[in-house]
Structure formats: C-alpha cells, structure tokens
Design a protein around this ligand. Sequence first.
Ligand code: UDP
Length: 327
Amino acid sequence: MSVVLVTGGAGYIGSHACKVLAQNGFTPVTVDNLSTGWAQAVKFGPFEQGDLQDRARLDEIFAKHKPVAVMHFAAFSQVGESMSDPGLYWRNNVGGSLTLIEAAVAAGCQNFVFSSTCATYGEQDGVALTEDSVQMPINAYGASKRAIEDILTNFEASHGLNHVIFRYFNVAGADPDGEVGEFHQPETHLIPLVLDAVEGKRDALTIYGTDYDTPDGTCIRDYVHVMDLVDAHVLGLNWLLDGKGSAAFNLGTGTGFSVREVVDASGAITNKPVPMIEGERRAGDCTKLVSGSEKARDQLGWDPKRSKMDAMVRDAWRWHQNGHYDR
Ligand code: UDP
C-alpha cells in the first residue's frame, strides 16, 4: 500500500485525515512531536515521533517509509497566540515547513498537500474570498501560512515539487464514529468552548467583540465539517498522483455564521442554555471570512455534504461528551 507521511497526524485534523487515508487504501505514517497532539489519536497507521525542525530525523523517516506524498498539517494555529508571540509562528510553522519540504525533495518525494488557511486573505470588506483574492494576512498565523505557500511555489519552480494547497475556513465537528475528535489543551476554538460552557466545564463563553460591522455585531466565519475537509485531502492527493499538477483550493461552504448564530445553534442542539459574556475584540480577528469554494467542487468533485451547522455541532457534541485523550 502507498505510504503518505502525515505531519500532525496526532492532532485534530491530521487524525481524521489518517482515518480516511486508511479507508482509501493508503498507509498513513504520522510524524508528530506531540507538542499539541495526542499519541492516542494515532490509530490508523504507524507513528514516528519527531520534530519538523530535526532534519536528520526527517531524513530517517523518509528513508524508512518511502512515502509517495506528504500531507502537512503540523502547525501552531491560534490567531491570538500568533499576535502575542509571532516569533513562535515564524520559527515553528515556517522553519519546520521549510525543513520538511527540503527533506521531501531530497528524498525524491515530489507530492505535497499543504494545510493553509483563509487567514492568508485577511480583511477584505465582506466579499466572498476566491483562490484569486489577494492574500493580505492581518495576523502572524496567516502570514506564516502565506510564507509557506511561497516556499512551495519556489520549490516547484526549482525542484518540480507538485503541491496542492488547501485554504481552510473554520473546521468543526468530529468523526461521527467517535474514534477521533477535537481535543485541544488549552482549548481556544469557538464550538468546543461553547460546549464546555454548556457542560459547566467553564463558567461562560466570552464573545470576542460585539461591535463588528455585521448584522448582530459578532464576527462571521464559514464552518466546514472535518470529515468533508479530509475528504478533500484524499481528492487532492489523487489529483497529484494522477499528475494534474500544482493548485490551490479554498475549503469552505460559502455560508457564513456569526458567533451568536453558532452559540444559538449549539444551545438548540444540546437543548441547554449557553452561559456567555460579551467581551472585547481579540487581536488579529477579521470581521468576516466566507469562502468562494466552487473551484474545489468543480475541479476536485468535492461535495461538503456534512457541513451543515446542526450536523457539525451534533457531531462535536457527541465527541465532547464521550471522547477525550490523556497524556
Ligand atoms: N470566538 C469567540 N470566543 C471564543 C473563541 C472564539 O467569540 O472564546 C470567536 C472568534 O473571535 C472568531 C470565531 O469565534 O470570530 C472563531 O474563532 P476560532 O478561534 O474558533 O477560529 P479562528 O476563526 O480564529 O480560526
């Protein structure tokens, strides 16, 4: 079976990707330093503990497993943290990716699927963002991901590295089978925090800003189900293996939900009140990030059928009540 090296395979999205890769006949080999991931989330293939900035370790892993492709998920991904400690994002995300890309090219592994983000687009006056929109990140997280996109472009020109870039909108939900799910410590993402507040694991959800220029004053995001997201990765992988060349795709639904709408949907699904506080804006947040993602549908045949808000909250809630990992 063809091996795919999955960096960050012990994390939220990477662990779901390993599951669908295994279902599609690939062997997912997880490379993860467990800085934020969980060994218990590595269930669908071998695990190689290692850091992406450790070139010798990467060379060893490429030589041992001879992957046909890399799926690169491992990264720090918190907008707020990237504003308070940008160096962390440049060193870990950009430095780690550069080392990984160099190791892949040196090993002759020329197919690379990269997790980028809608945060590379930045604040753009509420328009639907397409792959051709200008990329003007307003936080260090987005800037680090855009830099990695540039590295991939350069390595394609110089070394023929074929790559598919996926620019994710907001990823939510969990594996409906409950084998893997979203579990961060500390948690910073909206839906799990809402569910924590519902369960009394925290006193209340703080809404970060109620004075944005949106109908209800809170930020608007485009949420996509993690299982739909990882399905797109298998399509992107096959696109590369079929020799179709490098491309970038947005992964979102084109529908935006405000923070208040997410809170309301969560209250309805859980049938419980959501304690909340109206707080200050969080540094680095854009007002509205909503995708145009026709390209992924038209060219990859992607069908984000599970990405309805109710289904995402329901799957997240099921996991939230039953699933967790421990160190
Ligand atoms: N958000 C919030 N309270 C929280 C966490 C997030 O109001 O405790 C808001 C945040 O400002 C953003 C949206 O929820 O508008 C989604 O944030 P998240 O951190 O989940 O993802 P991001 O958009 O930063 O990738």
